[in-house]
Design a protein around this ligand. Structure first.
Ligand SMILES: [Zn+2]
Length: 119
């Protein structure tokens, strides 16, 4: 006998961990941003790479205004070129110094909940 409705089993554990890493980096960038605000929206500033690799310590350089526009979507993250995990996210934009990725499916919903701005 099969149930009428199949409920999603929740975000897969590995996906969840990857998503959590990115959400953590984003929290760091919230603090970076407070400093960047003093420089104005057009001055390139070093944000931390928000990729899924918890050990990544690289910086991504982009102006606050650009970072802000990426952040208007809570499922979007800014990463270094090639720091992209196709199994949990889609590539949205490819620039010379950074890429923009967007979490899809349940990982997307999960990071949306983790967004400090949506709390
Ligand atoms: Zn990275």
């Amino acid at each position: 006998m099969t149930p009428d409705v199949v409920y999603p089993a929740g975000v897969d554990e590995r996906e969840r961990r990857l998503a959590q890493n990115e959400a953590l980096f984003r929290e760091v960038n919230e603090r970076v941003e407070a400093v960047a605000h003093q420089l104005g929206p057009d001055v390139p500033y070093e944000f931390v790479c928000e990729c899924a690799n918890a050990d990544c310590t690289f910086r991504v350089e982009l102006p606050l205004g650009v970072y802000e526009s990426i952040r208007t979507d809570p499922k979007q993250f800014v990463v270094l070129p090639l720091h992209y995990t196709p199994e949990v996210e889609d590539l949205v934009a490819e620039k010379d110094s950074y890429w923009v990725v967007r979490k899809s499916g349940q990982a997307g919903e999960y990071v949306e909940q983790l967004d400090p701005r949506s709390r």
